[in-house]
Write a protein of this length. Structure first.
Length: 243
């Protein structure tokens, strides 16, 4: 240790000042480059805002506190990728207000749960978790299948999210309530309207097994079935293999 360093360590104020200067410079070097780029989120093909029904399901997910036991962020660690799939991308959370990354995994990560199980499995698991996964500590949510989904607020929800930066159009906002009803009714023959508004990657079907009514179970399952399915990861996977 040099004499100058020893002298500095014996003077607390000077030592604290030097620490502050070095930390400030380090922070400046990290932050300054961000001002030279327009967006720090990479563009990923396929990403879109949630449909009104998916958004309603997401609100139910938040309301019931699902984030307390399930994360939605697959880390770049090999153990995470091997178990859950491709690591999460920033673009996949760009329309999430607030994001659902979570901080605890009492249950598995749900970032790529979409399409992994059938709607029937999802409904059965939500109604009676231990009937599907023995030993599960997850509470049951059977009441969702008996609770009609409120849709009158959806236009206002989309309008509020647009103010936060989510690119909902005037047509999407105007048709929010109808789109939610149509998405859960395969027989309504309005699939083209949903495709025109949100693209081809929209699940249009009865989700809860009861086509006669629109329930909160429809919304939550619609949300779960879209998680991790929007981003086109094919090119990214090929890049990872090439490396």
């Amino acid at each position: 240790m040099s004499a100058k360093h020893q002298k500095l360590e014996r003077h607390g104020v000077a030592f604290a000042t030097m620490i502050l200067i070095v930390a400030s410079l380090g922070g400046l070097f990290e932050i300054a480059p961000l001002f030279t780029i327009e967006n720090t989120i990479e563009e990923v093909e396929g990403m879109r805002p949630y449909t009104p029904l998916e958004l309603a399901g997401r609100d139910i997910y938040v309301r019931e506190g699902c984030y307390a036991c399930h994360s939605q962020m697959i880390r770049t660690l090999r153990s995470d990728v091997d178990r859950y799939g491709h690591f999460s991308l920033a673009a996949e959370s760009m329309y999430g207000h607030p994001h659902q990354w979570g901080s605890k995994r009492t249950g598995p990560d749900l970032a790529r749960i979409g399409g992994k199980y059938t709607d029937v499995w999802q409904v059965a698991h939500l109604e009676n978790p231990r009937g599907v996964v023995p030993g599960s500590v997850m509470p049951g949510y059977a009441f969702l299948a008996n609770t009609r989904l409120g849709t009158t607020h959806l236009a206002g929800a989309l309008r509020a999210l647009r103010r936060a930066g989510v690119p909902y159009t005037d047509i999407q906002i105007e048709y929010a309530e109808r789109h939610a009803i149509w998405q859960a009714d395969k027989e309504a023959e309005y699939e083209d309207s949903l495709v025109d508004a949100y693209g081809t990657n929209v699940n249009v079907r009865d989700f809860d097994g009861d086509p006669q009514r629109l329930t909160e179970m429809d919304a939550l399952v619609a949300y779960l079935q879209v998680l991790g399915t929007l981003a086109n990861l094919d090119d990214l996977v090929l890049e990872d293999i090439a490396r």
